[in-house]
Ligand binder design. Structure first.
Ligand code: CO
Length: 444
């Protein structure tokens, strides 16, 4: 057994899961040097929803945030979450955008890029992986964890082999729903360690209440790295607390050798900050609940809370159980996509429509139609002809890699935004979030 490495997620996933990604750069900067001293292997600080939220809600430049973090983090690797061909946005971007975005992320300070595709269709990761390697980043290939008849251990072994052939440097098992059970994790990691020499990193959320046990069993089976968040930003729909693993593993071969005193100081720093988010209501107590129903319905915690608020706003809370039961049905109809952004939102919305209207697939959002058209990639299981017909009629879905159909777009966007953009970073921001970025750049 080697020492387990720790990826600290407070500044990205912690903030994203508990307070809708609202943590400000000004709240991060004063504690960064201390965090650099704690002994983390890496810190996940960027990507996912942080980019979007900076521009849309915080009036901040996400690139500037990254540079400011990098200035203060000298020893610890900086990590980001990339949604493959979706970058940090919500649609597929053309290959020229992917290449340049990855280049700029690395130039501005990122060391490790964790890339995932919502369908585990790794054709959607080809361009990102190539770019990460080209610009000398550490490329972590990610497998979204889901359960269904086809999501067997062999499925994950095959997926790891695929990623290995694509030249990734490490593997992440991304359990975005917190549904990976401890004994299953043990078996899974054992098999993956036999199948590959690449480091295996585990990612989960505390939503269902099994996360800490899952990590411990995964560590026993040889997992190399785990994702944790400092206590004030841990638990609930976030990751397990960093301090807990520093203590559990202390003095053992797996000891990550974190400075426990420094961890205490970091926690003390964030406590009052999280207190203000509690008072303002941004930290909703609901996200801190343990929700074992997530294990029954295999629904991520974030999706549960979205469904609750959507039903409340339509005065239809009594339909909650019915919608919960409809989600797995829709997921089955659609070929068992993992419920991760953007699939989680899409499946949730379709389930809601099906229940609210009392007729299944009477109303179908464009995103679901595009998914069935093959524009997101290949569903894990082929969609039945009957469902396909219901959703897109006689149209024939594409079977090639979706980005093949996208024209280069960077130069076009650059022209569009003109002198408002002072750098390629500005243009990328605009190309991904035209409306919000334009507003941001105008007011800068
Ligand atoms: Co996560």
């Amino acid at each position: 057994m080697a020492a387990v490495k720790i990826t600290e997620t407070s500044l990205r996933d912690g903030s994203q899961s508990l307070i809708a990604t609202r943590l400000k750069t000004s709240e991060m900067l004063p504690i960064l040097e201390k965090m650099d001293d704690a002994g983390f292997y890496s810190m996940e600080v960027w990507g996912g929803a942080t980019f979007d939220t900076c521009i849309r809600f915080l009036n901040e430049d996400p690139w500037e945030r990254l540079r400011e973090i990098r200035k203060r983090i000298k020893k610890t690797k900086l990590q980001m979450l990339l949604r493959g061909q979706n970058l940090v946005g919500y649609r597929h971007y053309a290959d020229d955008m992917v290449d340049l975005f990855v280049k700029k992320a690395i130039e501005n300070g990122i060391d490790i890029i964790r890339a995932f595709d919502a369908l585990n269709d790794f054709r959607n990761l080809e361009t990102s992986i190539k770019a990460i390697k080209k610009y000398k980043g550490h490329c972590q290939g990610c497998i979204a964890y889901a359960t269904s008849d086809i999501h067997t251990i062999n499925y994950y072994v095959e997926k790891v082999k695929e990623l290995e052939q694509m030249n990734v440097d490490s593997i992440c098992i991304k359990d975005m729903s917190g549904i990976l059970l401890p004994y299953d994790a043990y078996t899974l990691v054992k098999r993956l360690k036999e199948a590959t020499k690449l480091p295996i990193e585990m990612h989960t959320h505390c939503t269902s209440g099994v996360a800490q046990m899952m990590y411990l069993k995964a560590i026993e089976a040889g997992a190399d790295i785990i994702d944790t968040a400092i206590s004030p930003l841990s638990g609930g729909t976030s990751q397990p607390a960093t301090e807990v693993f520093a203590q559990i593993l202390k003095g053992r071969e797996e000891d990550p050798k974190l400075d426990i005193e420094v961890l205490g100081e970091i926690a003390d720093y964030f406590k009052p900050i999280m207190e203000t988010y509690k008072k303002s209501g941004i930290l909703n107590s609901k996200v801190m609940d343990t929700e074992p129903k997530t294990l029954t319905y295999q629904i991520p915690g974030g999706m549960l809370s979205n469904l609750i608020s959507q039903l409340e706003s339509q005065k239809a809370s009594s339909k909650y159980e019915a919608v919960l039961k409809e989600v797995p049905e829709v997921r089955k109809d659609l070929g068992y996509p993992p419920l991760v952004t953007p699939m989680s939102q899409m499946v949730g919305t379709q389930a809601l429509f099906n229940v609210m209207l009392g007729v299944r697939y009477k109303v179908i959002p464009t995103e679901i139609k595009n998914y069935v058209r093959g524009l997101y990639g290949k569903p894990p299981v082929a969609i039945s002809e009957e469902i396909q017909k219901k959703i897109i009629g006689s149209e024939i879905p594409i079977t090639e890699k979706p980005s093949k159909f996208l024209q280069p777009e960077f130069e076009k966007r650059k022209e569009e935004i003109g002198s408002l953009a002072k750098s390629d970073e500005d243009v990328l921001m605009y190309a991904m979030f035209p409306e919000y970025a334009k507003k941001y750049l105008e007011n800068r």
